[in-house]
Ligand binder design. Structure first.
Ligand SMILES: [Zn+2]
Length: 254
């Protein structure tokens, strides 16, 4: 294939995280790719019924793609997309579907063009697998939230008080303050505005959700009260890191 000097052809694996119509026949597809991070490419003919990409391009499909990367101005161009897997939670499992959309929203919002995070890519596919099976979506959502915060260096401090540096004593109820960066011990809580309450048990669950182990978090069992606590903490941490509230969150907080 002819390629001008300011272009290069790249191959990678990509997850479709956004699609927008571009012209009467084309779409701009945003992929979170394993090797290049986020990329937006023009898929010519993608809006035609029998287009060159057939059914490969859909929100949350995983494809093997080939694209032409332009080093100068102009959008990159998708030349090939072979469908690998399609995100398909069981019929009627709306929460699992929304959880998948939330993963796409977080990836789009937290990642930068051409800034690869292969571990995050793998974790996103694991999260979608989790939501496709009959697993509790909330657990997978919180796991992915902790993973993405860790990957971008914004995981809140969960071991020591962010004000005094001491580990909270076992008898006291620590608090959580996203703006301060994490845990606030009982002594320091009067110094911050409206910390969230977190029980020792809830904190233990949160630490395991943020752990690198792929085994521990899947076995977590907490009380409904603990999960409510953690949902509030995870929401605060995500909203603080992002600077706004993700749109999909309201569907997941019910
Ligand atoms: Zn303290």
């Amino acid at each position: 294939m002819y390629a001008a000097p300011d272009m290069s052809t790249e191959k990678t694996q990509g997850l479709v995280i956004r699609m927008a119509d571009f012209s009467e026949s084309s779409r701009v597809v945003t992929f979170f790719t394993r090797d290049w991070g986020k990329i937006a490419v023009v898929a010519k003919g993608a809006r035609r019924l029998k287009g060159p990409f057939e059914a490969a391009l859909d929100l949350l499909t995983v494809c093997n793609i080939v694209f032409i990367r332009k080093s100068s101005s102009g959008l990159d161009i998708l030349t090939e997309a072979k469908l690998q897997t399609r995100f398909a939670p069981r019929a009627g499992q709306l929460l699992n579907l929304y959880a998948g959309y939330y993963v796409a929203e977080l990836l789009a919002a937290f990642s930068e063009d051409y800034d690869p995070h292969p571990r995050l890519f793998d974790q996103a596919l694991l999260a979608l697998d989790w939501f496709s099976a009959e697993n509790p979506p909330q657990l997978g959502v919180m796991r992915f939230e902790m993973v993405i915060l860790k990957e971008i260096g914004q995981l809140p401090e969960l071991d020591a008080c962010v004000i005094c540096g001491n580990a909270p004593a076992s008898h006291e109820h620590p608090g959580f303050h996203a703006g301060q960066g994490g845990l606030v011990c009982g002594t320091c809580q009067p110094r911050v505005r409206a910390p969230l309450a977190i029980s020792a048990g809830g904190l233990g669950l949160l630490r395991q959700l943020a752990d690198d182990s792929e085994i521990a978090w899947k076995r977590l069992a907490g009380s409904p009260a603990q999960w409510r606590e953690l949902r509030a903490v995870a929401t605060a941490a995500i909203c603080h890191a992002l600077g706004h509230r993700p749109k999909m969150l309201r569907y997941l907080e019910q």
